[in-house]
Design a binder for this molecule. Structure first.
Ligand code: DON
Length: 565
């Protein structure tokens, strides 16, 4: 079973498994196929995370997040008057961080796949060469970029048809990208980092004032990390949540799950249940804004943050009858809870609190408008043997920096995920930690949290989402729906969602959220974002515990597609 944002890509994954490939082969093929059929988010010019659980129980997290180039500097987006140039980290060559996707997918295939790179890439090359019919979504999203593409002639040359935007149903061929993919398939990932493709990129960067050099590309390595895990008992079953470590934010979901562990959750039509989840998110996001970053550059009190004793402290700060103002909350001191994670004994009595990250201006962006639904992309794969992959990768926002290379692919704008200026929100309205400021070789903090759940030791749920920080709320809700509320796989994805990220101190509701529940929240003191918006796009697979059947749960909000056999 493959579930992704695009039917053509899900079909590629199923095709690979039909030919005898395993879930990792399929995931790599889907990753390259999305780079062709979903150029707004699928990519070879970006980066991401792949969480793998092999049928033998082994788990591994492949971090192929982008990296700041050697010439990057802490204040590179701060103008001489001390304010942040918010566009420079989002549009154009200086917004681009060293891409990781090609190295990451190739490493996954070599380590856990069974196929040759050329075979896993063949469907993507075919789609680029022969073309595919442009969907309504693709036509609309390309068109929405008109003002950005107008600044970059190569983007216009490749992604418009003789100066006109593609109409739905027209065939879109990408000969430049096909040639690039062919070279990678033939020469391996080093083609992208040290071969002609890398040299082309370095030359374009130099010519256009970007920072990435051939040395930066040659130095890039994906990192294999231990996933984070947390254990829960729900209705007599032992659950394990396996999720994304720093530089991503799986610990935020675990903190929230820990706070919510003893709380009765009824449904999202019950304002009281929604209240508890929002308050858990508010506190976990405040910790994200204080502590999380690339672990090679900072000490993160991760064990403390994920300890159940720390969750007890945070839970006690929640008023069951009242929304907590974000400005006022003080979190505990997670470092003091060190190794107390899941220890059955009594929790240490620690009452010290620490100041959390503060914002220094009132630049609350209208985050419903700032971060739209499309951009990143997540896919989940489970094969017949029980190998599972959850993969989320991104160019950051739609079409990344807006810059396409002459080799036919878009470049990310992942530099905006760094803290350009502590206290100033990024494009998702996020306040980010001091530890996440820009430095050469650093990976920016991410919200992408591919996640896998086990139930009584068996594979149970594979999930992940697109949507910037809303990914965390969307994935958390999918987990709560499946693990705590016992929803079916599709119902777990369809249920209305909501999002709170500490600052701004508002709650984002989905259009399908019940108005009477919203009024109930208002009575508890909540304020809402100015408009409604989707909270992530989730693409998941549930495993029926009785039959073992793989239940593809595609996102209905902007239709994704499940493809299985
Ligand atoms: O890594 C991150 O957290 C962001 N670059 C993800 C961006 C994203 O999901 C955009 N989608 N709305």
């Amino acid at each position: 079973m493959v579930v992704s944002d695009e039917k053509l890509a899900s079909d590629v994954g199923a095709e690979i498994m039909k030919k005898g490939g395993n879930a990792i082969d399929a995931a790599v093929a889907v990753g390259f196929a999305l780079a062709v059929v979903s150029p707004e988010a699928g990519n070879i010019g970006g980066g991401g995370f792949m969480l793998v659980r092999l049928a033998n129980g082994r788990t591994v997290f492949i971090d192929y997040r982008e990296m700041a180039p050697a010439k990057a500097a802490r204040d590179m987006y701060v103008k001489s008057d001390g304010t942040v140039d918010t566009q420079a980290s989002i549009v154009g060559y200086r917004a681009v961080a060293v891409p990781g996707t090609v190295a990451g997918l190739a490493l996954a295939l070599k380590s856990y796949g069974t196929m040759k790179l050329a075979d896993a890439m063949a469907p993507a090359i075919r789609l680029a060469e022969e073309g595919f019919p442009v969907s309504e979504n693709l036509a609309a999203s390309l068109h929405s970029m008109e003002s950005v593409f107008n600044q970059f002639p190569t983007s216009r040359r490749i992604f418009l048809k003789n100066g006109a935007y593609y109409q739905p149903g027209e065939i879109f061929r990408q000969p430049d990208l096909a040639a690039t993919l062919r070279r990678i398939a033939k020469n391996g990932p080093s083609e992208f980092y040290r071969g002609r493709t890398g040299r082309d990129l370095a030359a374009e960067m130099k010519h256009e004032g970007g920072l990435i050099s051939l040395e930066d590309l040659a130095r890039y390595e994906p990192i294999i990390r231990e996933p984070l895990t947390a254990d829960y008992k729900v209705n007599g079953h032992a659950w394990q949540v396996i999720t994304s470590p720093p530089p991503s934010s799986g610990s935020v979901a675990i903190e929230a799950l820990n706070i919510l562990a003893p709380i009765e959750l009824k449904s999202w039509n019950d304002a009281q249940s929604v209240h508890w989840v929002i308050e858990a998110l508010r506190r976990a996001f405040a910790d994200r804004a204080t502590y999380l970053a690339d672990p090679a550059f900072t000490q993160i009190p991760l064990r403390g943050m994920m300890s159940t004793c720390y969750a007890d402290v945070l839970r006690r700060t929640i008023d069951p009858q009242r929304a907590s103002p974000s400005e006022k909350i003080r979190v505990g001191n997670p470092a003091a809870f060190g190794d107390a994670s899941s220890s059955p004994g009594p929790c240490p009595q620690i009452s010290s609190t620490v100041a959390i990250a503060q914002r220094d201006d009132a630049l609350d962006r209208d985050f419903a408008a700032a971060a739209t639904d499309g951009q990143t992309t997540h896919f989940s794969v489970v094969d017949a043997a029980g190998n599972a992959v959850a993969n989320t990768y991104t160019l950051n926002n739609l079409y990344g920096s807006g810059v396409a290379t002459s080799d036919g692919y878009f470049l990310n704008d992942e530099m905006d995920d760094f803290t350009s200026h502590p206290g100033t929100p990024n494009m998702f309205g996020l306040i980010q930690p001091e530890a996440n400021t820009i430095a050469p070789g650093k990976r920016p903090l991410s919200s992408m949290i591919p996640t896998i759940l086990l139930r009584d030791g068996q594979l149970s749920f594979v999930t992940g989402a697109r949507g910037g920080p809303r990914i965390i709320s969307g994935v958390l809700l999918s987990i709560l729906n499946w693990m705590r509320l016992g929803e079916g796989a599709q119902a777990a994805i369809n249920a209305p969602r909501f999002h709170q990220q500490w600052l701004p101190d508002t709650v984002l509701l989905e259009p399908n959220f019940r108005p009477d529940v919203a009024r109930g929240l208002e009575a508890l003191g909540y304020r809402f974002a100015d408009r409604l918006g989707w909270v992530g796009l989730v693409e998941a697979i549930g495993i029926d515990p009785q039959t073992g059947e793989r239940l593809g749960a595609a996102e209905p909000r902007r239709p994704g597609a499940a493809s299985g056999f």
